[in-house]
Design a protein around this ligand. Structure first.
Ligand code: GLN
Length: 488
């Protein structure tokens, strides 16, 4: 087995036991990246020099017998909407093409404190708006399982990098499914924590009441390890929870919590690919064999989730993106103009892509006088009804299981001209963002065409630990997570 094929924990063990140096790990990983990146294009920016220098710093620590962090020596990729001090952070947008943040996001600070090695910034749909990574202003990213297919999105670069063994783990962001959906398309484990579990400080905002940083990893243990590091209170994000962070790694193999699994019947109706349905049914059998009881559920307001999400996400996005005006930072139109309003509009017309513009228009519309009550306010009320459905469901079950997506990875170009069709790929994921609950996607099978299938496990607010245990049980009983795309 090559070094790049190991899990993050596998690398950590080897580094700790001094079987390999951190510099060797980084060199080997960049060898792999040089071979495969031209085909996959998962990254926007790679920092080999910075990674090597951090690696030798950790090697020195090990050499002198100093204590090392939980992620010591693990090369990690960061989605390019998470701020990295002195490293480009573009949101895959022309408007931030030359932006270099003067500070680190909270999560990046935590990673560095625990001795992780940042190797680069990954591609995404511009400002995380999309489901295929085709909306990047720079280039598309290909799915390592089928390079004619999309990796999902918007964290498609992070998912593709992990799946192609070009990163041991990665951070993404999930506003409506952007960690879980690409994880399911690329055969990774993707975890979106409870809203407020992880600080959003330094995550460039898309829709602030839905955004959450999440993890993309090769297995559930690595997800627990990464979550352990990035979770916790941060005074710089007022929505970040002060609740203690449990130890996610201890008892991860405990099976006591795998008891009552809820299956929402609304999620298994028309539109669901039959191979995905079968994979889910087989997965439920595995849980049943291990003592779980499967309970049929109804989440009646979920049929409004996509509409509700579209209104809330676009309303928040248009407010958040108002800051890109060509004055404070980022791109400014080169046209000479002494009229500031024209300068604003030229700047935004030239530097935002079509999907971002579509959302700004929609968002302004739903917030405008006269429509606010009919759309935004109504959507906020429906959001509450959806939340009530979940509160009620969680009185009967410990977790809710569904497919992560209604289809496997689709072809590049297949949906890009049909935004509604594209929005539908979030039908099972964006509810977790509306409600604020945690959700994980884990590999649970393959289509006959050899594309990965993802299973989503949703839990109650702050029950990340339980979800990890439930996911881990499935991983122990199956080997889907061990399969690798044939890129050689
Ligand atoms: N695909 C969804 C959207 O386009 C979700 C994106 C995300 O989670 N960042 O809005």
């Amino acid at each position: 087995m090559f070094l790049h094929e190991l899990t993050a924990n596998g690398i950590r063990e080897k580094v700790k036991n001094r079987e390999v140096s951190c510099v060797e790990v980084v060199k080997e990983l960049f060898r792999r990246i040089k071979q495969k990146e031209a085909l996959i294009e998962a990254y926007i920016f790679l920092d080999e020099e910075g990674a090597l220098s951090k690696a030798s710093e950790i090697d020195d620590k090990l050499e002198s017998g100093k204590e090392i962090g939980l992620l010591a020596g693990i090369p990690i990729a960061i989605k390019d909407n998470i701020s990295t001090k002195n490293i480009y952070t573009t949101c895959a947008s022309k408007i931030l093409e030359n932006y270099i943040p003067p500070y680190n996001a909270f999560v990046v600070k935590k990673l560095l404190q625990e001795d992780a090695i940042i190797i680069g910034k990954t591609n995404l749909d511009e400002f995380a708006m999309g489901s295929s990574t085709e909306n990047s202003a720079f280039h598309i990213t290909r799915n390592p399982w089928d390079t004619e297919s999309v990796p999902g999105g918007s964290s498609g670069g992070s998912a593709a990098a992990v799946s192609a063994d070009m990163a041991f783990m990665a951070l993404g962001s999930d506003t409506g499914g952007s960690v879980r959906q690409p994880a399911s398309f690329c055969g990774n484990v993707g975890f979106k924590p409870t809203y407020g579990r992880v600080s959003r400080y330094g995550l460039i905002a898309f829709a602030s009441s839905l955004d959450q940083i999440g993890t993309l990893t090769k297995d559930v243990f690595d997800a627990a390890m990464l979550l352990q590091v990035i979770s916790g209170h941060d005074a710089l994000d007022s929505t970040c929870s002060a609740l203690d962070v449990p130890n996610y790694l201890s008892d991860i193999n405990c099976r006591d919590n795998v008891v009552r699994i809820g299956i929402p019947r609304e999620f298994f109706r028309e539109g669901l690919d039959s191979e995905i349905r079968n994979a889910l049914m087989n997965a439920l059998e595995i849980y049943k064999k291990n003592g779980a009881v499967v309970i049929d559920l109804s989440l009646p307001h979920c049929e409004y989730a996509i509409a509700t999400y579209c209104i809330i996400a676009t309303a928040e996005a248009c407010s958040n993106l108002a800051r890109y005006d060509g004055v404070r930072y980022g791109y400014r139109s080169r046209l000479d103009d002494d009229n500031i309003v024209d300068m604003y509009s030229r700047t935004r017309a030239e530097a935002f892509g079509d999907e971002v513009k579509r959302r700004i228009l929609l968002g302004n519309y739903v917030l405008s006088a006269g429509y606010y009550e009919a759309y935004y306010l109504k959507a906020s009320k429906v959001r509450n009804l959806i939340k009530n459905d979940f509160d009620e469901a969680f009185t009967k079950v410990d977790c809710i299981i569904s497919p992560t997506c209604p289809t496997p990875a689709f072809k590049i170009g297949e949906k890009i001209l049909d935004p509604l069709e594209m929005y539908l790929s979030d039908v099972y994921t964006n509810i977790a963002n509306l409600v604020g609950i945690p959700g994980i996607s884990i590999p649970c099978g393959f289509t006959t065409a050899g594309l990965p299938i993802g299973m989503q496990i949703l839990g109650k607010h702050f029950e990340e630990k339980k979800i990890l245990q439930i996911a881990k049980l499935f991983e122990q009983e199956t080997d889907f997570h061990l399969q690798k795309p044939k890129l050689d």
